[in-house]
Design a protein around this ligand. Structure first.
Ligand code: 13P
Length: 252
């Protein structure tokens, strides 16, 4: 089974619109030459999505993703952003990032509603799962991740537009990435869990790794049988390191 790799850059809360335009102009041409081999998604903050969209141009093969959405379609929800608002500029949305789960107490039930809203609007989902350091150390990482998958995907009938990212919380922004073997072990477990829910379709599901990914360590993840790309935080904020990572994914 060949799955086309996916590399997504999660810019988190970084960059005003002018910086977004600048960073995109530095990377756009090179990234576009790689699109036959790798799907490329850039996820700037909400306030930069429109600028990013026009900086890429409507026919760009590099597409945009949002970092979150609210599950309601519209109305009196001050400060929230709906799926249809995102859909104006984006093809993808990240849901369930651990920073939101931890800092904003986002639950698996919230995440489930968000996934439903995203899919109903035609957005592709990047669902993040991953354990904290205590769970990793006491051997309950798979229990943690299985719960996130089963509850997050409850009543979701079709997984075709869902990508999963395994992002161990202890590896995010810490400079301490998981080993390729540990990431593969979890990616295999994720695929097994998904296959108990969705059967053979799961062979097409892309599973990414995220957490301190850099050009220097991306190969150890891409070499793994069940890992199909990366969700990149800090290294996606530098044109050179992000294009290096995408080039490596294209070369696999
Ligand atoms: P870092 O690559 O900065 O560790 O961030 C990972 C991440 O959270 C991507 O969503």
């Amino acid at each position: 089974m060949t799955r086309k790799p996916l590399v997504a850059g999660n810019w988190k809360m970084n960059g005003v619109a002018s910086e977004t335009r600048r960073l995109i102009s530095l990377m756009k041409n090179e990234l576009e030459t790689l699109h036959n081999k790798v799907d490329i998604v850039i996820c700037p903050p909400f306030t930069s999505l429109e600028s990013a969209y026009y900086a890429l141009g409507q026919s760009s093969t590099v597409v945009l993703g949002a970092q979150n959405l609210y599950f309601q379609a519209g109305g009196a929800y001050t400060g929230e952003i709906s799926a249809s608002m995102i859909k104006e500029f984006c093809s993808y949305v990240i849901i369930g990032h651990s920073e939101r789960r931890t800092l904003l107490s986002e639950s698996n039930d919230d995440i489930n509603l968000k996934i439903q809203a995203a899919l109903n609007s035609g957005l592709k989902v990047i669902l993040c799962v991953g354990e904290d350091e205590t769970a990793r150390d006491n051997g309950t990482a798979t229990v943690w991740v299985e719960k996130q998958l089963r509850e997050g995907l409850k009543n979701i009938g079709n997984i075709a537009n869902i990508n999963i990212t395994y992002e161990p919380i202890w590896a995010i922004g810490s400079g301490r990435a998981a080993s390729g073997n540990d990431a593969q072990e979890m990616a295999f477990f994720i695929r097994k869990t998904l296959s108990s829910l969705y059967g053979k379709e799961t062979q097409n599901t892309r599973i990414l790794y995220g957490g301190s990914v850099k050009p220097e360590n991306i190969d150890q993840f891409l070499q793994q049988a069940d890992i199909d790309g990366a969700l990149v935080g800090g290294a996606s904020l530098q044109a050179q390191s992000f294009t290096d990572i995408v080039n490596k994914a294209a070369g696999q």
